[in-house]
Design a protein around this ligand. Structure first.
Ligand code: UDP
Length: 338
């Protein structure tokens, strides 16, 4: 079976993708520098799949160190690039940190895949933030919606990296590229052996909800109830991380089987949920009471958006259909384990 390189393999999405790739029969080589994860994640993956994945501790911005992965594993045919910083607020305060890390690591990966890979199939982990705030008549978001100016340096790194891959696919005939634009990934593996490990106070909604339910945080702030939405709170497309991981397997399958040079997919459920709907779904699913209050809007938040996943549904033969209650229960089970 083909070997797939995962950069950021011990991160939130990378670890779930490692599990699904092995379950589908792929050989995996994972790399990570543990800048936002721990070696314990490798134990969690092993508990689920019953074996240790091949792994090297590498900083992908270090070309010489990264090159050694290709010397040790000359059979790499595809790579999925997750390794990146992802805190939007931090990226505003320290843009250079984001450009240096997120872009340098990706440039190194593309160069190494083109020159050293047995195959050069790259899946890039992108984000719906590349679209910015769409107009109401542009919802749900399709892949051909033009980008708005990036709302943060983080979003800009995603836009630029997509462009880097597109230009390189045009120039290097052995290179194929697939862009996956995630909406809001949430939840954890049902085994509770792997999940999201927020660093300090969580920025994201679901880790904040589960930490509040667990008594680690006193109260959840719902950022705004005066938006132009049915209940006034913001609307997002929350996608189960395991469903999201399965889409990566389908994307790699397709690249290896069909050799398509360039493809872009939105990965979401196609359904928007408001913050208050999500809070109520959590209370209903877990039976746990949640202390929350309405707070001011969070600066920089987009009011509402959700995906049109029709292209991924049709071309990847994939859909994200795990019920939200089940997804929120998985997040709660993981929180209790933590
Ligand atoms: N949100 C909230 N309280 C929080 C964290 C997030 O009300 O403590 C809201 C946020 O305003 C947004 C939604 O939850 O409308 C999703 O935010 P998150 O940071 O998880 O993802 P984003 O969509 O910003 O990438």
């Amino acid at each position: 079976m083909s070997r797939v390189l995962l950069t950021g393999a011990t991160g939130y999405i990378g670890s779930h993708v490692a599990v699904e790739l092995v379950n589908a029969g792929y050989d995996v080589i994972g790399v990570d520098n543990f800048s936002n994860s721990t070696p314990k994640v490798l134990d969690g993956i092993e508990k689920i799949i019953g074996k240790r994945i091949d792994f090297m501790e590498v900083d992908c911005t270090d070309y010489n160190a990264f090159e050694k992965v290709f010397e040790q594993y000359p059979d790499i045919e595809a790579a999925i690039h997750f390794a990146a910083y992802k805190a939007v607020g931090e990226s505003v305060a320290e843009p250079l940190k984001y450009f240096k890390n997120n872009l340098r690591s990706f440039e190194n990966l593309v160069e190494l895949m083109v020159t050293k890979g047995k195959g050069a199939n790259i899946v890039f982990s992108s984000s719906a933030t590349v679209y910015g705030q769409p107009a109401m008549d542009e919802l749900p978001i399709k892949e051909d919606l033009p980008f708005q100016p990036a709302s943060s340096p983080y979003a800009r790194t995603k836009q630029i990296a997509e462009g880097i891959l597109e230009d390189c696919v045009r120039a290097y005939t052995n290179l194929n590229g697939t862009i996956l634009r995630y909406f809001n990934p949430i939840g954890a593996h049902p085994s509770a052996h792997i999940g999201e490990l927020p660093n300090g106070v969580p920025n994201n909604l679901v880790p904040f909800i589960t930490q509040t339910a667990a008594g680690i945080r006193e109260c959840l702030s719902v950022f705004g109830n005066d938006y132009n939405t049915p209940d006034g709170s913001c609307i997002r497309d929350y996608i189960y991380v395991v469903d999201l991981a399965k889409a990566h397997v389908k994307a790699v399958d397709k690249m290896l089987q069909e050799g398509i040079r360039w493809n872009v997919f939105n990965l979401g459920t196609g359904k928007g949920l408001s913050v208050l709907e999500l809070v109520n779904a959590f209370i209903k699913a877990t039976g746990v009471n949640l202390n929350y209050r309405i707070a001011d809007r969070r600066p920089g938040d987009v009011e509402q958006y959700w995906a049109d996943p029709a292209k991924a549904n049709a071309e990847l033969g994939w859909s994200a259909d795990t019920p939200i209650e089940e997804v929120l229960l998985s997040a709660w089970k993981w929180q209790q384990k933590l």
